[in-house]
Design a protein around this ligand. Structure first.
Ligand SMILES: O=C(O)CC1=CCC(=O)O1
Length: 262
């Protein structure tokens, strides 16, 4: 699958499903790549054009020098969808991917007809929390915060399964520059005002065990958006698409049907 040059930055993407189907686009969390959605894909209804990509500094995409801005991450998504001639997609973003989804929906309603904001918020953390995390990674690498990240990402029962190691590897093998670059982008993002103006169909997903974007924070973002549907996944942490792929796909399918996307 191609690495497409978008204004000097190569962005890796892949397509699955039906090339003529209704487009659904997935954007990943910090420290993860497009494989985050592998489990969900097998449970999605047939007939969707499924597009996944690696944001800059992650997976197989280029890793330009940091810092990155949220504007650059949103522009990468925008340019990729233009390149792939995608219009009116259902855009599913998790965590920083959910911030990209908010930015894209504000900027390009021709590209996005509905959004799923998963385990995300209009603003995540404070300047202080991100400064601390940036300093930790600068001195000790991603490994220095891998243990804490697993506790925020996954529920206690999931952390006892062998699968957890795979996701820890995905995190710790992320390019340090890309990880730091994206942390700077999250640190600089406050979408309260633009997100509160969104009117497109929106579903917001939270996990009861999410230590990164706890349910109350996620619900607060849902309440900014008129008519947004809020779903709380019991027993799931920050990455419910990994812990509960079948239930997660069922929510996506139900939302896609309710909005007339499929
Ligand atoms: O690393 C975390 O704690 C989780 C996270 C915050 C923003 C994001 O994309 O992931």
């Amino acid at each position: 699958m191609p690495l497409t040059e978008l204004k000097g930055t190569g962005i890796y993407w892949r397509e699955d499903g039906d090339p003529d189907g209704a487009p659904i686009v997935f954007a990943n969390a910090l420290g993860t790549d497009h494989r985050l959605w592998d489990g969900v894909l097998s449970y999605l209804p047939a007939g969707l054009r499924v597009i996944r990509y690696d944001k800059r500094g992650h997976g197989l995409s280029d890793c330009p020098p940091r810092p990155y801005s949220m504007g650059a991450l949103v522009s990468d998504a925008e340019r990729l969808l233009d390149h792939l001639q995608v219009r009116d997609c259902l855009f599913v973003g998790i965590s920083i991917g959910g911030m990209i989804a908010q930015g894209l929906a504000v900027k390009r309603l021709d590209l996005v007809r509905a959004v799923v904001l998963s385990n995300t918020a209009a603003k995540i953390g404070t300047h202080g929390t991100w400064d601390d995390r940036i300093a930790t990674v600068e001195s000790g690498g991603i490994e220095a915060l891998a243990g804490g990240t697993m506790e925020r990402w996954f529920s206690k029962p999931f952390r006892a399964t062998p699968d957890m190691r795979t996701w820890r590897h995905m995190l710790t093998r992320t390019p340090v520059e890309g990880y730091l670059g994206c942390m700077a982008a999250i640190r600089g993002t406050d979408f309260y005002t633009p997100t509160s103006g969104l009117t497109l169909p929106t579903m917001v997903i939270a996990g009861t065990e999410d230590g990164s974007t706890p349910p109350d924070l996620v619900r607060e973002t849902a309440e900014l958006i008129k008519g947004a549907r809020f779903e709380l996944m019991r027993g799931a942490g920050h990455l419910p698409c990994v812990e509960q792929p079948k239930a997660y796909a069922a929510l996506l399918a139900d939302f896609a049907r309710s909005t007339g996307h499929i």
